[in-house]
Design a protein around this ligand. Structure first.
Ligand SMILES: Cc1cc2nc3c(=O)[nH]c(=O)nc-3n(C[C@H](O)[C@H](O)[C@H](O)COP(=O)(O)O)c2cc1C
Length: 676
């Protein structure tokens, strides 16, 4: 399809290069995907012909000796072959292979343009180690190594399905894979395969081939004494021995249940991979609590991670990865689902944000808090940037030196995109209201604010609200114009686009115009708007209403009719009092928590309210949380760090003392051995 063929020499050199990192694999057996260009379909003829010919020649050879002598012969054959090569390109290959002569490497090459990655070349070492001859495997996908018998129709249950699905994902995304899985020689002998899959790109960056490099070693398992495997258990997971396989009876305890329930006749692999991994963490916990076999299957970190990832998305689970090192996915999922460990903590940090100010905007970039601008003494619009690194032993506020800054402002928004970009929009500057956009990459060697010109921007405004979607899209809504008019529009700017352009989100109806409201993101593309000071006829009133908007397909604002929930344990149903300038954030499970802001009457701004907008009939509940909450909390002074920590800057007195932080911890910070 008009794609440039990959030159044989380049391909072979790539093999030599790829097979060089066996040591790396030893240290990092887990899959290590690297971003690459996703593959496209098409067929490079030349390489296929060359490789198929080579494969057929290899297939003609007869190998009758035992493995040891075959191994020796392979070395000799490889050497002879290299000597016979005539052209310059073969010399290069020889140089590449001789550079790593210690172990002959098994490798195969697959065509990335054909469906299911058929093998177009295997080397002699592969043939020797696996017992499969080239002519038996050319044109096939390499998964036959996961079958114990050459005639088997499916993967052996001992082969970890999670590794197989990780391979599938890496191939789909065109990224490198490294990992370990169980394979079988043609005669059924189990072998451990430390596998590395490396995509090869043509000059246009398109993946044309995949090289698979196998480092085989003996698998120390007795297949005859294992019937139902429970997938590799990780770390210090406790095993419920009452469920374990009994080598004496030779019978799986699960077989006792098989007559009772059809679902339990399924293999562990099918149950775990095809059923459990598609459920929510809550469902997995529930089903595990009523069935011992399933409980046993759920004691697996891969499964738990997959369940969380399916439910919460890759971005959220990525942000939680650090937390799981302490708690494990099972415990973290439970705590985030039940919110049983939620508590308030106080935190004192060093450094200073000077001159003192209010009406600044802050957000989190990874584990760093960033603060920009604000209203200084005598209404001075500030233009400085401060960072607080919470990973540091003694975190302290530091002003970062930047070449140039956006004009000073307050009542703006600061948002974080792609983990390290900070985006300032709008606010009130020295000359009036603003609608400019500035971006700074916090990870750059010399962080610099750069203005982004995005076509026709929204009207200048302040006290609007913003959120970020899909890592790179900034959404802003509402706010107040220079003339004091409240706005109801919603705009989106994709900062990953080559030329970012503001787009107004067209909806046939919008919630009443407002300022000081909150936008929170849940699901992949949904936004929840709550509260604010909203137009209500001729009046402006605090709002307690909730609206949702799904940015996918045809976005339409919808008002959520949140019913009252009857009391259950420490959670009881209350509709949160109307408010503006409050705090709202989404938990990793997609529930929204609000608190703080300006509220009329005697209600406490520290009271926490929780809503699950994806429920069929969503209802607000109060959350009673131990610890000392802040007396005040204002929207843009609150940041969500690492997915489980909500940091409120200042807020204990009317002054903004930015060294006294309140932290709402959604998950416990101590290690524990209890699991789902
Ligand atoms: C070039 C190449 C080499 C591969 N080598 C192996 C291998 O040695 N052993 C193995 O179990 N899987 C290997 N695979 C992975 C399987 O072919 C297959 O992609 C994987 O099992 C996931 O797909 P599936 O779940 O549809 O089987 C290789 C794949 C490619 C593209």
């Amino acid at each position: 399809m008009g794609k440039k063929p990959q030159k044989t020499k380049e391909l072979l050199l790539a093999i030599a290069e790829a097979s060089s990192t066996g040591d790396e694999m030893q240290q990092q057996p887990q899959p290590q995907p690297q971003p690459q260009t996703p593959r496209k379909r098409g067929r490079p003829r030349k390489i296929v012909e060359t490789e198929e010919k080579k494969g057929q020649e290899l297939a003609k050879e007869e190998e009758e000796e035992d493995t040891e002598s075959q191994y020796q012969k392979a070395k000799t054959n490889d050497k002879e072959e290299e000597e016979e090569e005539e052209e310059e390109e073969e010399k290069d290959l020889a140089a590449g292979l001789f550079f790593y002569p210690a172990e002959p490497t098994s490798f195969v090459v697959s065509d990335a343009f054909e469906p299911d990655f058929p093998i177009i070349y295997v080397n002699t070492v592969f043939e020797i180690f696996t017992g499969y001859r080239a002519h038996e495997v050319l044109g096939r996908n390499c998964r036959f190594l996961q079958y114990r018998d050459p005639r088997a129709q499916r993967r052996h249950p001992l082969v970890d399905p999670f590794v197989a699905s990780e391979i599938r994902r890496c191939l789909e995304e065109g990224v490198e894979f490294q990992g370990e899985l169980l394979n079988f020689r043609k005669d059924g002998t189990p072998i451990v395969n430390r596998l590395r899959l490396k995509p090869i790109h043509d000059d246009d960056g398109i993946v044309t081939h995949i090289i698979g490099i196998q480092v085989f070693s003996e698998a120390k398992i007795d297949l005859n004494s294992v019937s139902y495997p429970v997938f590799k258990k990780t770390g210090d997971q406790k095993c419920d021995h009452s469920d374990a396989y009994s080598p004496i009876s030779g019978q799986s305890p699960f077989s006792l249940h098989q007559e009772l329930c059809g679902i339990l006749q399924l293999s562990d692999e099918v149950l775990a991979h095809n059923i459990l991994s598609r459920l929510t963490p809550r469902d997995v916990a529930s089903i595990g609590s009523v069935c011992r076999r399933i409980r046993q299957l759920t004691k697996n970190e891969y499964l738990r991670k997959m369940v969380c990832q399916n439910t919460w998305g890759r971005e959220v689970t990525g942000a939680l990865e650090l937390m799981t090192k302490k708690l494990g996915w099972g415990r973290l999922a439970r705590e985030l689902t039940t919110l049983e460990a939620v508590c308030w903590r106080n935190l004192t940090v060093g450094g200073a944000v000077e001159p003192s100010r209010c009406n600044f905007s802050a957000c989190a970039a990874g584990n760093r808090l960033v603060l920009f601008g604000g209203e200084g003494v005598n209404m001075e619009p500030m233009d400085d940037t401060f960072v607080l690194n919470l990973d540091a032993l003694n975190p302290e506020w530091r002003k970062i030196s930047v070449k140039s800054s956006p004009p000073g402002r307050w009542g703006h928004t600061l948002s974080c995109l792609n983990g390290s970009w900070l985006v300032v929009f709008g606010g009130c500057g020295r000359e009036g209201l603003l609608n400019d956009v500035f971006v700074l990459d916090l990870d750059a060697k010399q962080p610099t604010w750069k203005e982004v010109f995005g076509g026709t921007p929204p009207l200048p405004r302040s006290w609007h609200s913003s959120c970020t979607i899909g890592g790179s899209k900034l959404v802003i809504s509402g706010g107040c114009t220079d003339a004091g008019v409240l706005l109801s529009d919603t705009h989106l700017l994709d900062l990953d686009a080559e030329r970012p352009i503001w787009k107004e989100i067209p909806t046939s109806w919008a919630p009443p115009s407002r300022l000081g409201h909150s936008l929170s993101v849940y699901g992949k593309s949904k936004i929840l708007m709550f509260g604010g000071l909203a137009n209500s006829g001729h009046l402006r009133l605090r709002s307690g209403e909730t609206y949702t908007l799904d940015l996918e397909d045809e976005p339409q604002w919808r008002q959520l009719e949140c019913s009252a929930f009857t009391s259950m344990g420490s959670q009881s149903a209350v509709v949160p009092p109307p408010r503006l300038d409050h705090v709202a954030f989404s938990t990793p499970c997609g529930r929204i928590i609000i608190f703080g802001g300006s509220i009329a009457g005697m209600n406490s701004p520290s009271q926490l309210f929780l809503l699950d907008p994806s429920e069929e009939k969503p209802s607000w509940r109060t959350l009673n949380v131990p610890g000392q909450p802040p007396k005040f909390a204002w929207g843009h002074s609150t940041c969500v760090v690492g997915g489980t920590r909500v940091l409120v800057l200042g807020g204990h007195t009317e002054e903004w003392i930015l060294n006294e932080l309140h932290e709402l911890c959604l998950a416990s910070t101590q290690d524990s051995n209890t699991y789902l």
